[in-house]
Design a protein around this ligand. Structure first.
Ligand SMILES: Cc1cc2nc3c(=O)[nH]c(=O)nc-3n(C[C@H](O)[C@H](O)[C@H](O)COP(=O)(O)OP(=O)(O)OC[C@H]3O[C@@H](n4cnc5c(N)ncnc54)[C@H](O)[C@@H]3O)c2cc1C
Length: 459
């Protein structure tokens, strides 16, 4: 027995549900399959829960700074982790239920719960039933990478998925991995009241960023009492009476950090190993990412891969943009391409880092004539008024075309303000458009013209 659909979508991450709705509203029969929680990583174990927890941590942080702002909190500010978790559960749960109810309410859309596996290039099996379609879309996302550290099988550890469900405060949390996820959890738990040590294999935190950004972020988190260990080679885990020891070989510092709990935040692995891709003949790269072309088609005609599993993004907005690219190509004869998009993302520490376009390192490699400007947040009125003066604004511009090449805004509102520059980049307009525009006072964005007035040849 098999059922035939116009389209099958595997996974309900950030691309699948919108695509299902697009097919369904076009009057086509679509099946969408989810093996775990509706909404995938972002909704259940990623963006929404972590940003909700970051908000609780921020509130505790501001409360501790009460005297600076002129109010008194009697006694210590202590965090009730059960209530913090309940708030997170409520907010993330609402989104999870929203995705499920939306999909189940769609006419022409069949929602199936179970693990999908390819049987051939145009069929998948779920719960012993075969589903067929000429169009199949893979949106299976990824999971936390568990490296084969010596001792990993002998000790308990958290990943992002288990960490967001904590309803108690670890006394000393050791985080292995000093990139985006590790830093967000690190600052959050420090603000909740844990001792936090971050152990990073590379020579600096968030190694994908420019050195000045990494250094500034390091200073910000160290100022809050987070201990950082860099260049940690040969990491191992071992049980101790007091908890867990993370062993390492470093240039400086003791060869072991003991904590009560360990969080692994060392990267993501695509969920492609158990999809039966070989039976469909779908090619992956050496890391398991599904190989796609500029319009997200795999090497097998009629099969597309969207979101984290294709290795072209790693963010909610890149996955959603994948949906837009596929839908516009299929339904609107609008031949959008992955290569048209401009890199952009944020690190949601406090203050956040908003990024768009090229890093300085990428610009140097490109060898093009560039102008650059940098301005400290300590000289931005709005930041001073808010008492949040850490960080800087940095913008680079092509010396010939005057188009913006990249920006890093580490500072209050940086995640929002950077998008002023991003939109001008999409418009392929010169930076002078931003410089001549009148902005709202007092905001961080109103300083963009000031920063741009300081452009100088890039060193
Ligand atoms: C801690 C953390 C914080 C993050 N914060 C941010 C942030 O602030 N901003 C941002 O842009 N991004 C953030 N991300 C990344 C973001 O969550 C992902 O990029 C985003 O969820 C896109 O995922 P996706 O659409 O590829 O699929 P996912 O959201 O991963 O969903 C895939 C779905 O497919 C299902 N599935 C897998 N295999 C099968 C199968 N064989 N059969 C049926 N179903 C299957 C899974 O159960 C899952 O529900 C964060 C990630 C983490 C881990």
């Amino acid at each position: 027995m098999s059922r035939h659909f116009d389209a099958i979508i595997i996974g309900t991450g950030q691309a699948g549900p919108s695509l299902a709705a697009r097919f369904a509203t076009a009057g086509m029969a679509v099946a969408i399959i989810e093996r775990h929680k509706f909404g995938g990583t972002c909704v259940n174990t990623g963006c929404i829960p972590t940003k909700t927890l970051v908000a609780s941590a921020h509130a505790a942080h501001v409360a501790r700074r009460g005297t600076e702002f002129g109010f008194v909190v009697s006694g210590d500010v202590r965090v009730d982790m059960k209530r913090v978790k309940a708030r997170k559960d409520e907010i993330a749960g609402r989104s999870n239920r929203g995705v499920e109810e939306w999909l189940r309410g769609l006419k022409n859309c069949t929602v199936i719960q179970g693990h999908a596996r390819f049987e051939s290039s145009d069929s998948v099996v779920v719960n012993d039933e075969i589903l067929e379609a000429n169009k199949i879309f893979i949106n299976v996302g990824g999971r936390a990478t568990i490296p084969e550290f010596p001792g990993i099988h002998d000790v308990p550890f958290f990943t992002n998925s288990s960490m967001i469900d904590l309803d108690f405060l670890p006394e000393h949390l050791v985080i292995v991995g000093g990139s985006y996820i590790g830093l967000e959890f690190g600052q959050m738990y420090r603000r909740f009241g844990s001792d936090v040590t971050i152990v990073e294999m590379g020579p600096r935190l968030i190694g994908r960023e420019d050195e000045d950004v990494s250094d500034a972020v390091r200073k910000i988190v160290e100022l809050e009492g987070i201990r950082i260990r860099l260049n940690a080679k040969c990491i191992s885990l071992a049980k101790r009476d007091s908890g867990i020891a993370v062993g390492m070989e470093c240039d400086e510092g003791p060869p072991e950090v003991s904590g009560t709990h360990v969080l692994l935040a060392v990267g993501r692995t695509p969920n492609t190993h158990d999809l039966g891709l070989d039976l469909a003949g779908i090619a992956t790269d050496e890391h398991g990412y599904i190989i796609v072309d500029d319009q997200l088609q795999t090497n097998v005609p009629g099969v597309w891969a969207l979101g984290d599993c294709n290795g072209h993004g790693g963010f909610t907005h890149t996955s959603y943009n994948d949906y837009e690219i596929v839908a516009d190509n299929l339904f609107n004869a609008d031949h959008r391409r992955v290569s048209d998009r401009i890199q952009t993302y944020a690190l949601f520490t406090d203050p956040p880092l908003g990024r768009c376009g090229m890093t300085d390192a990428e610009i140097r490699k490109s060898g093009r004539a560039t102008l650059a400007a940098k301005h400290p947040m300590s000289r931005v009125g709005r930041a001073i008024e808010k008492g949040e003066t850490q960080g800087f604004i940095k913008i680079t511009v092509d010396a010939e075309t005057k188009q913006i090449l990249g920006a890093a805004i580490l500072g209050t509102g940086g995640d929002e303000v950077v998008q002023v520059l991003l939109d001008v980049m999409y418009a392929k307009a010169p930076y002078t458009v931003v410089q001549r525009a009148m902005h709202i006072h007092p905001t961080v964005a109103e300083f963009l013209p000031t920063v741009l007035s300081k452009l100088e040849p890039f060193a």
